[in-house]
Design a protein around this ligand. Structure first.
Ligand code: PMP
Length: 357
């Protein structure tokens, strides 16, 4: 061991889903959108003046924040932007979770939360979801210095019942409550309108899923101007220029194309509902996902085996080797054709393994 190693910040990093390099893969493992971004994004790329890249981007991201604010009927002072919602969430953890009591989030949830807590030495306590993966609001009424809840939750896809999140925000006026809405556009109700009533609520969204821009890294947060100002203080103490010029323009083009956004989301929702029906017919069960994925377990076949057999057929889904969820696969919703191939492959594997339906 070298002497300097004693000074290293030891962390347990987040492990992102596989990005396979081979050709001909059906990729249903990282909740990406199967459709391209808006044609308006393509036009930005085509017309982009490369000479602009010698200049730093706008550190305030004013044009993008104005466009996002306009789309949501709020003031730009309520909007924060970052390099994907991972960057926005990390900045929010750093900014708001600076107390001595634990931050609370579910035991089954986005597995980056405990990684950021580890990185920033934030005490945290996970709250077990109920057997059906629902949230018990009583778990979020204990002493805490912050709360994080995704809605819909990941990887379950379950939407919190109406009123539950507001109840939690209302019960915790002394803590910042982050609602991570990475998947909200696929059918769940956003908590965004609540930011007017609660100055302790931060709503985080992303362009990675419903706007097909995972590759450009664009995330958002909405909250009371005082919350946003605190986030900016931390951001400007870390890196003023988080978002590059091209991403700022791409994001603006995407947010202004409401029609394309609606059309794409509706296609994915329709495919999701068809896939749910198909999976039910062949022995799967799952929470009623409102995301662009289904968290499914089979009544007879172990999830790991199914995961491996699918991979042999170049179909990638996500398997989490963790207690409570190691019987499930998280299946991203692709195009109709991709889901048809997926369902056919699943049926073939089931009959190979002697499970006939
Ligand atoms: N929150 C949740 C619940 C997610 O599943 C993801 C995607 N992995 C993110 C946030 C981060 O997404 P991005 O950084 O691409 O915006």
């Amino acid at each position: 061991m070298s002497a300097w190693e004693k000074n290293v910040r030891r962390v347990l990093p987040y492990v992102p889903g596989e990005q396979p390099k081979e050709e001909g893969v059906i990729k249903l493992n990282t909740n990406e959108n199967p459709y391209p971004p808006s044609p308006k994004v393509r036009a930005v790329l085509r017309d982009f003046d490369v000479s602009q890249l010698r200049r730093y981007p706008d550190p305030e991201a004013a044009d993008l924040r104005a466009a996002v604010a306009k789309r949501n009927g709020i003031d730009p002072s309520c909007v924060f932007v970052g390099v994907g919602s991972d960057d926005v969430l990390a900045m929010a953890f750093l900014t708001f979770f600076n107390g001595g009591d634990p931050v609370l989030f579910p035991d089954i949830t986005y597995s980056f939360y405990d990684v950021w807590a580890g990185l920033f030495s934030i005490p945290f306590e996970t709250q077990p979801l109920r057997e059906d993966f629902s949230v018990d609001p009583a778990d979020y009424k204990k002493k805490n210095d912050g709360i994080v809840l995704p809605n819909p939750n990941a990887p379950t896809g379950l939407e919190a019942p109406s009123g539950l999140l507001e109840e939690i925000v209302r019960s915790n006026p002394d803590s910042v409550v982050i609602i991570d809405e990475a998947y909200v556009d696929f059918g769940a109700k956003s908590a965004l309108p609540l930011i007017r009533a609660y100055d302790n609520l931060l709503v985080v969204q992303t362009f990675s899923k419903s706007r097909s821009l995972a590759g450009s890294r664009i995330g958002l947060a909405f909250g009371d101007p005082k919350l946003i100002a605190c986030l900016n203080d931390c951001k400007f103490s870390f890196n003023s220029y988080t978002m590059d010029r091209l991403s700022l323009e791409i994001a603006r083009a995407a947010i202004e194309d409401e029609a394309y956004f609606q059309e794409t989301v509706q296609k994915i929702v329709a495919t999701r509902e068809r896939t749910k029906a198909r999976l039910k017919e062949v022995g799967f069960s799952f929470p009623d996902s409102q995301g662009n994925f289904i968290f499914a377990s089979h009544e007879r076949l172990p999830a790991r085996l199914l995961f491996e057999r699918l991979k042999e057929k170049k179909i990638y889904v996500r398997y989490f080797d963790r207690p409570r969820i190691d019987g499930h696969l998280r299946i991203t919703i692709g195009t109709d054709e991709e889901m048809e191939s997926f369902c056919k492959a699943v049926s073939a594997i089931l009959s190979q393994e002697g499970c006939n339906y």
